[in-house]
Write a protein that binds this ligand. Structure first.
Ligand SMILES: [Zn+2]
Length: 504
């Protein structure tokens, strides 16, 4: 080993041992009184029941609230009432129009060789079966990749089944790979002549609880990303010539089986038996409807035009009451902001709490927000969404300027006693509804939650209030209150020099 390599290794070791990742020449010190205020906020958060009260109210008084539904409209009114009663300023609803899909009746059964009913759910965007349903042979694919490798025509008049399992990981890293079959499986199946798609639920539980979730609408962008097989891409070009005006939607029913039911299909397949399945599904697209974002603010005392965006998404899937996804995120961010509002004076910058609408069905609230505020995104200092359940925060990651990174390292020292470590720089994705503004240059951070169990419940009827641990919820509030207060108060620029000069 050369001396230079040894030195590098030693240096790397010492860097790893340091609490943060800021560059050596960038230092930041949090003034003592602000550090003390942040710690007091965190302590108050640990003691506060407010987040619990909010998520209890939302999940009890509204319940399931699918994006675009009448229930989601009631949730917006609930949001306005809640923010107003808690003393937020500039409380408002910002409405937008959206395509609306609604679940119908569903029957799924194995017809042969071993007749029995299956626990299943329609995926968002699924088409109805013809009157009377369809009965067809299953073609078993071990994985989404295997389906993508299959030749055209192989599924003519048959039903595709995709088996791959989601890997359990505490940061949810298994979700992306497993979710391809849910988002794009329909187009790969339909392109090969299938009359239906069945998938193993995208989830990590072994209960008889199927997981729903949105299917992607295929656009020119999907083609450009190269995420479809050649068979599917060619089929899309031939079948949906007006992709720019109207994205491609599924013409076949697409259905998720619960994990034990998927195991059943897998066992029968391994026995070498041909399997026939009957499907009867009536969900489908309805006429255009209205959704909206609900907003409330704590107006900055010195720099009111500079905005810190935090929030969660107000909509949920329709089968549970959306407690962990994402009533918890709404509750955590509203409660944290409310604690900050109780300080003797507002922080220097404005804290804007956004309850995003219609996230589950395509981040529609996030896209509407980024478009509506396109001209003022340069004044958005930093943004973050809580949307990974109600487990404790364990890591702070951020994607901000060098100065901002040094400040985040110091913020970490204040929240570290609550069980938080520093995550990677540029690892702070910000959350799903933040993506559209992050794509336009808004810096982000993320208070990452322990989520080993999150995908046991995610998008199932089992996503209900009893799954939330009040102490873990309060830990979230503690960490969010301290972090957001400091982001709004500290004299630090999270945006990069380029971003301050203006965006494209
Ligand atoms: Zn969510």
């Amino acid at each position: 080993m050369h001396l230079k390599t040894i030195t590098t290794a030693v240096l790397a070791g010492s860097l790893l041992a340091s609490p943060g990742w800021s560059q050596d020449d960038t230092e930041f010190t949090i003034p003592e009184n602000q550090a003390a205020t942040a710690s007091q906020l965190a302590e108050a958060g640990l003691e506060s029941d407010l987040a619990w009260d909010i998520v209890e109210s939302l999940t009890t008084e509204i319940g399931p609230r699918l994006g675009g539904s009448e229930a989601e409209a009631r949730a917006r009114d609930w949001g306005v009432r809640t923010l107003t009663e808690l003393g937020f300023a500039n409380v408002r609803i910002e409405e937008f129009e959206m395509p609306y899909w609604e679940r119908g009746e569903l029957d799924v059964a194995i017809v042969s060789p071993f007749p029995q009913a299956m626990a299943a759910t329609e995926l968002g965007g699924s088409a109805a079966t013809p009157e009377g349903g369809v009965t067809a042979e299953i073609v078993f694919f071990e994985s989404f990749d295997d389906l993508q490798d299959a030749p055209a025509g192989v599924l003519e008049g048959r039903i595709a089944y995709i088996n791959d399992r989601m890997v359990r990981a505490h940061d949810g890293a298994g979700y992306g790979p497993a979710n391809r079959k849910r988002s794009l499986g329909w187009i790969e199946a339909q392109a090969r002549g299938a009359v239906g798609l069945l998938i193993r639920s995208v989830g990590t539980d072994s209960h008889r609880m199927p997981h729903t979730g949105n299917m992607s609408r295929v656009t020119e962008n999907t083609l450009a990303q190269g995420s479809l097989s050649d068979v599917a891409a060619d089929y899309v070009r031939a079948t949906y010539p007006d992709l720019a005006e109207a994205p491609a939607r599924s013409q076949i029913p697409a259905i998720a089986l619960s994990a034990p039911d998927a195991d059943q299909v897998e066992r029968i397949h391994r026995m070498g038996e041909a399997m026939e399945v009957s499907l009867r599904a009536s969900g489908g697209w309805q006429s255009t409807t209205t959704s909206g974002n609900v907003i409330g603010e704590i107006v900055g005392r010195e720099l009111p035009e500079e905005i810190i965006v935090i929030g969660g998404h107000l909509d949920s899937w329709d089968e549970g009451t959306g407690a962990v996804d994402d009533g918890a995120g709404i509750a955590i961010t509203v409660a944290a902001a409310r604690l900050i509002a109780e300080l003797p004076e507002n922080p220097r910058r404005t804290i804007r709490v956004v309850m995003f609408g219609a996230e589950e069905v395509g981040l529609l609230g996030g896209f509407d927000y980024a478009q509506r505020y396109a001209d003022s995104l340069g004044d958005h200092v930093v943004a973050s969404e809580s949307d990974f359940g109600a487990g404790p925060v364990w890591r702070l990651s951020s994607n901000v300027s060098a100065d901002g990174t040094a400040a985040m390292d110091e913020i970490l020292r204040i929240i570290a006693p609550y069980g938080v470590i520093r995550g990677e720089r540029a690892g702070g994705g910000g959350g799903p509804d933040i993506i559209p503004m992050a794509m336009r240059g808004v810096p982000t951070f993320r208070l990452e939650q322990e989520g080993s169990d999150y995908f046991d419940l995610h998008h199932t009827p089992d996503d209900t209030l009893d799954k939330i641990d009040p102490d873990e919820l309060a830990q979230n509030v503690a960490v969010w209150a301290a972090t957001v207060y400091l982001a709004a108060e500290l004299d630090v620029e999270f945006r990069t020099a380029d971003e301050q000069a203006g965006r494209d």
